[in-house]
Write a protein that binds this ligand. Structure first.
Ligand SMILES: Cc1ncc(COP(=O)(O)O)c(C=O)c1O
Length: 286
């Protein structure tokens, strides 16, 4: 937990990938109202709907959030936008949680990929008082171990005890060999830095080609994605890329505010990213 800057009392619970926890958290906490980012990874909403909770899409600024809710999700660096919350934005989320009595769940699975941009865990912002705070991390992203389904949630010991108590009755234990593999991966930072460098190099190659093709790149400073728009319907952009043999995701998958954007993943190989960039540039010069 050293690299997350956590201090004070906290506990850690392994989860079966972070998706499982994201989908179950509202249910496990019996949340009846859930705030989610207005452009977001879809499982926050799915989890709230599974819990039959009221879902409200909110902007980044916690000062504009409703006074009360049971659970709020934040995600920095964001999937799909790559936006990183500033320290002030995280502090506002925490202050909101303290005041409203809500649980603040911070999905930080892309925190290892920030390209030198200052991004912090909510556990560092909490500064030793982890009451009502949970941070969600995943080895799927940090160490390219998606198939292992290894992740963890850390934070308020009371909340972690509550999650543990119910999850064990649901059979949600993470097998020991996977936990041991996670411990080994977490003890090494060099492979993470190497991978972060690869993503950044791919981002630069692709970004140049996208700008040449008239796309405006928004945020996209961290994480695994480029979020961009040519000010046309997302599916028109998806079609344009598909003609070039490039698969991108329509922004409307992440909320209606994303309907003029596409998300491009940097997870293809270096060769495929360079080839895609060349095809984009060739299409523009045709
Ligand atoms: C923001 C975010 N949270 C959680 C997950 C879930 O990842 P996993 O279940 O592999 O840990 C993803 C996967 O894409 C994601 O983008």
């Amino acid at each position: 937990m050293g690299t997350l800057g956590a201090s004070g009392d906290f506990d850690v619970l392994p989860t079966i990938g972070s998706k499982e926890l994201v989908a179950l958290l509202a249910y496990l906490l019996e949340a009846k109202s859930v705030l989610i980012p207005e452009i977001a990874y879809p499982t926050y909403k799915v989890g709230a709907l599974l819990a039959r909770a009221e879902v409200l899409e909110v902007g980044i600024d916690a000062n504009s959030w409703p006074k009360r809710a049971d659970l709020a999700w934040i995600n920095s660096p964001s999937n799909p936008t790559g936006r990183v919350h500033s320290k002030g934005e995280l502090e506002a989320c925490l202050a909101w949680a303290r005041k409203s009595g809500a649980t603040l769940a911070s999905d930080e699975c892309y925190l290892p990929f920030t390209n030198g941009i200052k991004a912090q865990s909510i556990l560092a912002i909490a500064n030793g008082d982890n009451t009502s705070v949970l941070a969600v991390h995943s080895l799927s992203k940090r160490s390219n171990m998606a198939g292992y389904r290894g992740a963890f949630v850390a934070g308020d010991p009371k909340l972690i005890a509550q999650l543990l108590e119910i999850r064990k009755h649901m059979g949600m234990m993470l097998p020991l060999p996977i936990q041991k593999s996670m411990a080994i991966a977490l003890s090494d930072q060099s492979h993470v830095d190497k991978q972060a460098g690869r993503y950044q190099a791919r981002r630069e190659v692709l970004a140049k080609a996208l700008v040449a093709a008239g796309f405006k790149i928004e945020f996209s400073e961290a994480g695994l994605y480029i979020w961009c728009s040519r000010d046309e319907k997302d599916w028109d952009s998806v079609d344009w890329f598909a003609e070039l043999g490039i698969l991108v995701t329509p922004g409307s998958f992440y909320g209606s505010k994303g309907n003029r954007y596409v998300r491009i993943a940097l997870t293809a190989s270096d060769e495929n990213i360079s080839s895609a960039a060349s095809r984009i540039v060739a299409a523009v010069n045709r």
